[in-house]
Design a protein around this ligand. Structure first.
Ligand SMILES: NC(=O)CCC(=O)C(=O)O
Length: 262
């Protein structure tokens, strides 16, 4: 049996206020670690929110502050951290950037959101990434994407087709489209025959409302845990990765696919 315990930090994000958000994330990670999870997962753009007009003043310079905080906590608490994403500035550009740390505090993956969400003006302020986000946590192969990325199944397929067992998703997905969030995530779990661990923020921003509905979904598309809508908190779930081999054996989607046709 290969069990993994994940803690989802379904947090409110204080708009345009990195100092308060860093303080809050530290407290929440320390609190979550008391439940002894293997992995702690954060939402999207948790340092600034979508305060895009102010990025020059508030984005994290090359992610230095974020990396120092998450590395320190991962090492001190001996826990893997899938660090959601933060706004960073690097060489004159802004990125929506994700960092993953293992239990020793080493940075094991870095990813910039690939698909930028025009409806929230992200494409006007942020530069797109172009690299994959694949990593191993305690020898478990996994991949990660950010929010709007989940509307591009060909991207998740690419990330998940080298034996990845868990897809991590970090989001600021507004309440008004939350039914689509659930449907898309369940589809990504079923088609990739993988667990999906998806964290969405709660709270209000000037132009959007967020109600969380963070989810852990099994490879059959069944919901194992749902973050209580509208409630800030830590939602923890343990699941067994051995379930995957039976599902992948019964319906061998990865073996049966015909990539030469599509
Ligand atoms: N932050 C995002 O990428 C939002 C994506 C979203 O809301 C959608 O409907 O897609």
């Amino acid at each position: 049996m290969k069990k993994i315990k994940v803690s989802l930090l379904q947090l409110d994000v204080i708009f345009g206020n990195p100092d308060e958000n860093y303080h809050k994330v530290r407290k929440y990670i320390e609190k979550a670690a008391q439940e002894n999870p293997d992995v702690i997962v954060l939402p999207e753009m948790w340092n600034t929110g979508y305060s895009l007009e102010n990025l020059a003043e508030i984005a994290d310079e090359d992610g230095k502050k974020t990396k120092a905080l998450l590395s320190d906590l991962a090492k001190k608490l001996t826990v893997n951290i899938v660090g959601g994403s933060v706004a960073i500035k690097k060489e004159g550009n802004f990125y929506n950037s994700s960092y993953v740390f293992n239990r020793t505090g080493s940075l094991i993956s870095e990813y910039q959101k690939v698909h930028l969400f025009g409806l929230m003006n992200e494409d006007k302020f942020i530069s797109a990434g172009a690299t994959k986000n694949q990593f191993e946590l305690d020898d478990i192969k996994a991949a990660g994407v950010i929010c709007y990325d989940i509307r591009f199944p060909e991207w998740e397929r690419k990330l998940m087709s080298e034996g990845q067992q868990i897809l991590f998703v970090s989001a600021q997905w507004p309440t008004k489209r939350i039914a689509q969030w659930e449907t898309l995530l369940r589809a990504r779990a079923i088609e990739n025959q993988a667990f999906v661990v998806a964290v969405n923020r709660v709270g209000e921003a000037p132009k959007d409302s967020f109600n969380g509905h963070s989810l852990v979904i099994n490879p059959l598309g069944e919901i194992l845990v749902e973050g209580t809508p509208g409630v800030e908190g830590i939602f923890t779930c343990e699941f067994d990765l051995d379930d995957l081999s039976k599902i992948r054996g019964d319906i061998p989607v990865f073996k049966d696919r015909r990539p030469e046709l599509y």
